[in-house]
Design a protein around this ligand. Structure first.
Ligand SMILES: NC(=O)c1ccc[n+]([C@@H]2O[C@H](COP(=O)([O-])OP(=O)(O)OC[C@H]3O[C@@H](n4cnc5c(N)ncnc54)[C@H](O)[C@@H]3O)[C@@H](O)[C@H]2O)c1
Length: 446
């Protein structure tokens, strides 16, 4: 949690000014989207910007804190989560941080798979921070209801989801909705300054890139612990929802959930996405029933349209080399992108003490765009970076060379056919409780 509000009084925005401009934006969007104007609190002349949080875990709570810490008169009015305990924990913490800005009575606390619909309807701006498998469904609904949106990365876990998000983004533009995507490096001053120099050609043509998210396992929720806490057996769906990191339909594998940040930076450097990829991966050390069906390492070579290549690694293995970074090589120099350092004839190093926390900055920027009614959509690059990480996963799971066009047009849909705690998820364990992992050379991905 942080509280790095913009303290510049000249930058302070009056509530009336905010509401005046957002009102016209939402009215325009409402008319275009065929919505009743009364459904928008802004348009109805309310004094506050109402926020709903969908997915009340660690990041959702952090994002809500940041939305409540902008200079605008924001209020958290609704929350939705698959699980009541997660919702209540988040609510208590947010109330402690923002006692005057959190007003979520029981009738605006929504629980279950359909919670998102009601929570979205209660707000002007929605924060979507569930596991990424649900993002396309929730994003489509938020756009349908004409709301401004902050959604976390990744924006999907498969190509079908990416296409849904890109289609909904077109609708969002027609409705003049502002959409932020939680790839916060785009709001981090050091990255912005570095990127400006790379795009100005200060290291010449960029011919080679590499990036890493090598670390350890983020968390695991063993079934036995969950069942002990609940005092009963969990259905398979409930277990997977609680231990979501280890299931492709929910998480996309860690190449998608975490390494997307680094792949996104490389796409940003190249102003585009790769055209093909091949790679290898597997699960060497993180074995066992509680680690589901994902790999613990991936190494992928991505090729861009100009023939340049990005060598990427991501790994979750205890006791191995840890590194989270991006680097590029140009014809006139090299750049440590994450360290914000250029070496070569235009040597430079970013030095600005006190740069703002990018998690706060991304919310400040989104709300400023709403206030100023300036176009704001981070969806296209968010969706392409999601697809880049899905492409990498397709390459490592299959062991084949996968073309971007093949990948993004894949008709494989990893999501369940129905959503209920007694419904069957797309993958289930064998008689011994183990999940089938992908087998390169055999697994079909497109
Ligand atoms: N930008 C970043 O640096 C960053 C950092 C951490 C997480 N994230 C992203 O944020 C998202 C959430 O991650 P987290 O770490 O907060 O996970 P989390 O497990 O802490 O929280 C997820 C919450 O969503 C709820 N949920 C699950 N399915 C739901 C559904 N269908 N409807 C409503 N609620 C549902 C869960 O019960 C849980 O409370 C992920 O996409 C993750 O990649 C981004």
């Amino acid at each position: 949690m942080n509280d790095s509000k913009n303290q510049n009084p000249e930058a302070q925005v009056t509530r009336r000014n905010f509401l005046k401009t957002t009102s016209s934006a939402v009215v325009a969007g409402s008319i275009l989207g065929g919505l009743s104007i009364e459904r928008s609190a802004f348009a109805a002349g309310s004094d506050t910007v109402n926020i709903a949080l969908i997915g009340c875990g660690g990041r959702g709570s952090g994002a809500a804190n940041q939305a409540l810490s902008t200079q605008f008169n924001t209020k958290l009015v609704a929350m939705g989560d698959a699980f009541n305990d997660n919702l209540l924990r988040s609510l208590e913490n947010l109330k402690k941080s923002h006692p005057d800005k959190v007003n979520v009575p029981p009738d605006r606390q929504f629980v279950g798979f359909d919670a998102y619909k009601q929570a979205i309807s209660a707000a002007d701006v929605v924060i979507l921070a569930t596991p990424p498998g649900f993002r396309p469904i929730h994003f489509e609904e938020a756009v349908k209801q004409g709301k401004h949106i902050f959604m976390e990365k990744p924006v999907a876990t498969d190509a079908t989801g990416v296409r849904r998000v890109l289609a909904a983004a077109e609708e969002a533009k027609k409705k003049n909705l502002k959409v932020g995507v939680g790839l916060q490096r785009h709001h981090q001053l050091g990255y912005l300054e570095t990127m400006k120099r790379l795009h100005d050609g200060q290291i010449g043509d960029i011919v080679s890139m590499r990036c890493y998210w090598n670390g350890t396992t983020p968390w695991v929720k063993p079934r036995a612990d969950l069942e002990r806490q609940a005092g009963r057996k969990l259905t398979e769906m409930e277990y997977q929802m609680r231990n979501w990191y280890y299931f492709v339909w929910l998480c996309g594998d860690h190449i998608c959930e975490q390494h997307i940040h680094n792949l996104d930076v490389i796409n940003w450097v190249k102003k585009g996405h790769p055209v093909r990829a091949h790679g290898m991966g597997g699960c060497e050390t993180r074995k066992g029933k509680d680690y589901g069906e994902i790999f613990d390492h991936h190494a992928v070579e991505f090729e861009y349209a100009d023939g340049s290549r990005c060598y990427s690694q991501c790994r979750h293995q205890l006791g191995t080399w840890s590194n989270v970074s991006e680097h590029v090589v140009g014809t006139k120099g090299t750049c440590d992108v994450s360290g914000h350092i250029i070496r070569g004839e235009n040597a430079w190093r970013f030095k600005t003490p006190g740069a703002k926390d990018p998690y706060q900055q991304e919310h400040d920027d989104l709300f400023a765009a709403i206030q100023n009614n300036t176009p704001y959509s981070e969806v296209e690059y968010g969706a392409h970076s999601t697809m880049t990480s899905v492409l990498g996963r397709m390459a490592t799971y299959s062991g084949q060379v996968i073309e971007w066009d093949q990948a993004i047009n894949s008709q494989i849909d990893v999501m369940p056919k129905s959503f209920a705690f007694d419904a069957m998820p797309p993958t289930v364990p064998d008689a011994n409780g183990n999940y089938q992992l992908p087998v390169p050379g055999k697994t079909v991905v497109v």
